[in-house]
Design a protein around this ligand. Structure first.
Ligand SMILES: Cc1cc2nc3c(=O)[nH]c(=O)nc-3n(C[C@H](O)[C@H](O)[C@H](O)COP(=O)(O)OP(=O)(O)OC[C@H]3O[C@@H](n4cnc5c(N)ncnc54)[C@H](O)[C@@H]3O)c2cc1C
Length: 388
């Protein structure tokens, strides 16, 4: 076994660090307060090289695998205080670009991927509906076949990047047989007639510098080439996108936790009470040890899941273990960091923002309860088969 980064992972992490350090984040406090996503910063990150990360080699891209993408996202989030920006970027990479790279036809790759790199087009990935949150296969948005394509009708809710997106990857119902093949995935230009998107982003407690909105499809005519993969292949495409989100997007929280640990240790080494540095109190040292241990164990699970993903494991087990561990660690460590900073921890700034930014991690890409349901089902099956 080898726990060291490969040369390519190291290179991507260093590239990400340099990109993050070049960002002007002087207005992060004001943008967080106002709930503003910065498309200018998104474009800067894409143009600085991230736009090539998932592009195939045949298109002069870096063609990163999951382990390499994790190294890049982790490093961006470690060196960039705007976690909302990295969240918007990661959702775009994992759930919008990866499905085109993995399942798109050659024509679709040539139609869409150059716009995403050279013009920095931003994607939205739409699954959730008002009545179909965790119960995702209860979705009612549908596309019905007609001679020259499909008619798309319905609503999607809580969609990251929707208010500023240039294109949409959407999962919809295309049959009513009551099985796994009832769903399909489409890609369309945001400017397609009959697509409307909330103009004012939803006001959230965390990840406020990411814009979230709702999308309405009012009898939209789509041509056949809007279909990604085959008709009825939406569920597996959706599952692979979720695997990439649960693993690679969550590397963002590893970077955030590392930034938090560094800031917390620095604060504890300077602040004095009762004539001693806070870092000298054993109770404080134990809290820092807990943070460190949470971070390291979550990181091991995440990179193990990425390693599995790169070897074709899309069983959902490793990704669920990683997502549960990382979200739990991110929330718990953020709470401890606030606590250890005393009043400083609740004043507006990176430390309190990291707590707000961590809270939704237990909800998106599969809630904690739903992933635990999936895990226990897999565990029982694996134990029955004497395979664990
Ligand atoms: C920041 C953020 C970004 C998001 N971005 C996107 C996006 O880009 N695209 C998109 O499509 N969606 C997005 N979502 C939506 C997200 O996927 C849903 O919020 C999530 O799937 C949960 O659905 P829900 O909110 O309707 O909660 P519900 O499904 O109503 O769940 C509410 C609670 O009930 C629990 N629960 C539900 N069913 C069960 C069960 N069977 N057993 C035990 N407990 C259960 C859940 O665990 C949860 O605690 C985003 C959400 C957030 C918070």
């Amino acid at each position: 076994m080898n726990f060291e980064f490969t040369i390519k992972q190291q290179h991507v992490a260093e590239q990400a660090q340099a990109i993050a350090r070049d960002l002007d984040l002087s207005d992060i406090g004001a943008r967080d307060y106002a709930g503003q996503f910065s498309k200018a910063l998104f474009k800067q990150v894409i143009n600085a090289g991230v736009g090539l990360w998932l592009l195939p080699k045949s298109m002069q891209g870096d063609d990163l695998n999951a382990s390499e993408l994790c190294a890049g996202i982790e490093s961006l989030a470690e060196h960039c205080e705007d976690s909302g920006l990295i969240f918007a970027l990661s959702a775009h990479l994992c759930a919008c670009i990866h499905p085109i790279r993995a399942f798109g036809s050659i024509e679709q790759k040539h139609q869409w991927l150059p716009k995403l790199s050279s013009e920095a087009w931003l994607g939205a990935h739409a699954i959730t509906e008002q009545q179909a949150g965790s119960d995702i296969y209860g979705m009612t948005t549908r596309a019905d076949k007609y001679d020259h394509g499909f008619i798309l009708t319905g609503n999607k809710h809580y969609i990251t990047n929707a208010p500023f997106c240039d294109f949409i990857v959407v999962h919809v119902r295309t049959a009513d047989a009551g099985n796994y093949f009832d769903f399909s995935t489409f890609i369309l230009d945001r400017q397609t007639p009959c697509v409307s998107v909330t103009q004012t982003p939803h006001s959230k407690s965390g990840l406020r510098t990411t814009a979230m909105g709702d999308i309405t499809f009012s009898t939209c005519q789509l041509s056949d080439d809007a279909l990604i993969g085959r008709l009825g292949a939406g569920a597996p495409i959706f599952q692979v996108s979720m695997e990439w989100e649960r693993v690679c997007l969550f590397a963002l929280y590893l970077g955030q936790m590392k930034r938090q640990l560094k800031k917390t240790v620095q604060f504890l080494s300077q602040r004095q009470q009762f004539g001693s540095k806070l870092a000298e109190f054993q109770a404080v040292q134990h809290q820092v040890s807990d943070m460190y241990s949470n971070y390291e164990s979550a990181r091991l699970l995440l990179y193990k899941a990425a390693w599995g993903l790169d070897r074709g494991d899309t069983s959902g087990v490793s990704s669920a273990l990683a997502k549960l561990a990382v979200s739990q660690a991110a929330i718990s460590n953020a709470q401890m960091a606030v606590q250890l900073h005393g009043a400083q921890g609740v004043l507006s700034g990176d430390i309190e923002r990291m707590l707000r930014d961590a809270m939704p991690s237990a909800i998106f890409s599969g809630t904690t309860n739903v992933l635990k349901n999936n895990l226990s089902t897999s565990l029982f099956k694996r134990l029955q088969a004497d395979w664990l």
